[in-house]
Design a protein around this ligand. Structure first.
Ligand SMILES: Cc1cc2nc3c(=O)[nH]c(=O)nc-3n(C[C@H](O)[C@H](O)[C@H](O)COP(=O)(O)O)c2cc1C
Length: 353
């Protein structure tokens, strides 16, 4: 092997390799004594369709390595989303990994784990040295596939995958379907928005009781307790509520706004309150984003919120950043970042740009 051209930190290498997201398998085999072995492996990958070949690699230091080295066959069990515990169990050395695990014998008696997404039964055709690992090349002899979504692993963490349904969110289907897809899609982007803004972020929709939080990402340094998803906020005082009220068509928001105006007008003149509300909403529309009343949310904490549009140009969400109040008073960097993130999210929902 060529000498490395640049020195890098092994931890950084691990991090970089971890950004390649994989499924999770348990590779099983039988040793010469007929004892079953199983190891969690995400090094599995396909190699060739004709002939059908797959590969995985094992650390030479693994306790079970001699069993795989000497065995003629192995089976790749592709784990399902609900099999995280199995993954953990088969990644720990030394215990009786198969105790209480439901299996059935595959080709050559190699155990197949029940409840997996798929099984690939292989005859080992080559072993290649791979540094501190050995690469096992296997010829596929039997396959089976079952219902179920796969377990996913990346960045050192278990994950779940769902279809990248931008296309569906873009389709002019029924509004409720678009909405469900859009919520799923937008929630998937929240961690990224929280990172970009270095703030807590929330996602609001207009529900049947008014502005409602449907997503929440605490970010690196949360400034408040987690906001409960499903919380209904004020349409005129919260940043999320104001952003939705200002940018949604008036008939949608009219009832909730009227109720809040009535509540505020007790003892005063509703026309004055109404005029004040109209001014506030006009300001929000001019600025392009809304701000909460100071201390509305939590003392010392402020929020700003911007509208997110779908393909039809309708407002579907308010994207809200929550942070220490001074961050919203200084140079407007947080607000401009928020507008950028809201625009980016709109784009991801398919807004024509
Ligand atoms: C998600 C995940 C993926 C893993 N992938 C591999 C792999 O591809 N190759 C490997 O040798 N070990 C891998 N391991 C570690 C092995 O599962 C672990 O070393 C093995 O089960 C040790 O068992 P043994 O000492 O009984 O052989 C992985 C662990 C986890 C949690």
């Amino acid at each position: 092997l060529a000498a490395p051209v640049a020195a890098f930190d092994p931890r950084e290498l691990r991090g970089v390799l971890g950004s390649f997201v994989t499924g999770v398998t348990v590779v099983t085999t039988l040793d010469a004594q007929g004892q079953p072995h199983g190891v969690t492996a995400n090094s599995f990958s396909s190699v060739s369709l004709d002939p059908p070949l797959v590969q995985w690699s094992q650390a030479c230091s693994a306790r079970s390595h001699p069993a795989y080295r000497d065995a003629d066959r192995y089976a790749v069990n592709i784990l399902a989303l609900d099999q995280m515990a199995l993954s953990q169990r088969f990644s720990r050395s030394g215990e009786d990994k198969f105790a209480g695990v439901a299996t059935r014998p595959g080709l050559g008696g190699v155990p197949l784990l029940e409840g997996c997404c798929a099984h690939i039964e292989c005859r080992k055709v080559a072993m290649l040295p791979g540094g501190d690992h050995v690469i096992f090349l296997g010829q596929v002899e039997a396959i089976s596939r079952h219902d179920g979504r796969p377990l996913v692993f990346g960045g050192g963490r278990y994950m779940m995958a769902f279809a990248h349904d931008t296309a569906e969110a873009q389709q002019a289907g029924t509004p409720s379907r678009i909405h469900v897809n859009a919520v799923r899609l937008a929630n998937a982007w929240l961690p990224e928005a929280a990172r970009a803004l270095d703030a807590m972020v929330g996602l609001g929709v207009w529900g049947n009781h008014g502005p409602t939080l449907v997503g929440w990402e605490p970010g690196r340094a949360p400034v408040a307790e987690d906001l409960r998803v499903g919380t209904v906020v004020s349409p005129l005082h919260s940043a999320t509520g104001l952003a939705l009220t200002a940018f949604l068509p008036a008939p949608i928001t009219a009832e909730a706004v009227a109720a809040e105006v009535a509540a505020q007008s007790s003892g005063g003149n509703p026309a004055d309150v109404q005029a004040e509300v109209a001014t506030r909403l006009r300001e929000v529309r001019q600025r392009g984003w809304a701000r909460s009343r100071p201390g509305q949310f939590v003392p010392g904490v402020a929020a700003a919120s911007a509208p997110v549009y779908d393909r039809s140009g309708e407002v579907v969400f308010a994207l809200t950043a929550v942070g220490e109040a001074p961050r919203f008073e200084s140079d407007g960097a947080l607000e401009s970042g928020l507008l950028k993130e809201a625009a980016r999210l709109s784009e991801r929902l398919g807004t024509p740009v």
